[in-house]
Design a binder for this molecule. Structure first.
Ligand SMILES: [Zn+2]
Length: 195
């Protein structure tokens, strides 16, 4: 999980999110995105959310988004009526995610780390093991921060689905960037490996 800075809430959301939230809370149906200018709201959200991550997945940092996945919108706190329905259209609850990270679904834990939190830094919680390709809790972090890292790895399955192998492959392909501390990581997958 690579740090991101959240941009301003888009105007169309600012103008409508309260109305859409009320509509959802008052409806009997399960969540579905409402329409804005003849397109579902999630389609309008993709661009501003992708901009925040330089087109990487917010959680696994896979890049480029869109080629292998449908780059879906992930609700950090689940939007189901039994969970956090009031946050269904809340800007700070929305992230761009690849299909695999999206599988987290309604899994949520208060320990889960948020990549746009002001005090979030990869190394504050995690280390990258360049031998195994795995992300691990930083052994120098506080107990609580290590627990949060552990939970985040577990819920977003950050060491499953062959991700460690993909990372090592990436590292191999970009060995020069890794050794020289390439300043422009924009187009590299798993940017946390280079910091
Ligand atoms: Zn992902």
């Amino acid at each position: 999980m690579y740090k991101m800075v959240r941009g301003e809430m888009p105007i169309f959301l600012k103008d409508n999110w309260r109305r859409w939230t009320k509509q959802y809370l008052n409806s009997n149906s399960i969540f579905q995105w409402y329409q804005f200018e003849n397109r579902p709201v999630n389609q309008h959200l993709r661009e501003p959310l992708l901009k925040m991550t330089d087109k990487h997945c917010s959680f696994c940092d896979g890049y480029p988004m869109g080629r292998m996945t449908r780059n879906t919108i992930e609700h950090f706190r689940p939007k189901a009526k039994s969970k956090y329905p009031k946050l269904a259209y809340c800007w700070t609850n929305l992230f761009i995610a690849c299909d695999v990270c999206q599988e987290k679904n309604s899994n949520f834990d208060k320990l889960l780390l948020k990549p746009d939190a002001l005090d979030y830094e990869f190394l504050k919680y995690f280390i990258f093991d360049s031998f195994s390709g795995e992300i691990k809790p930083n052994p120098r972090a506080s107990k609580n921060n290590q627990d949060r890292a552990e939970k985040t790895i577990e819920i977003y399955k950050l060491n499953d689905n062959n991700l460690p192998e993909f990372r090592l492959e990436e590292l191999n392909n970009n060995e020069d960037d890794f050794l020289s501390g390439n300043k422009d990581l924009t187009t590299l997958s798993y940017r946390f490996m280079y910091i």
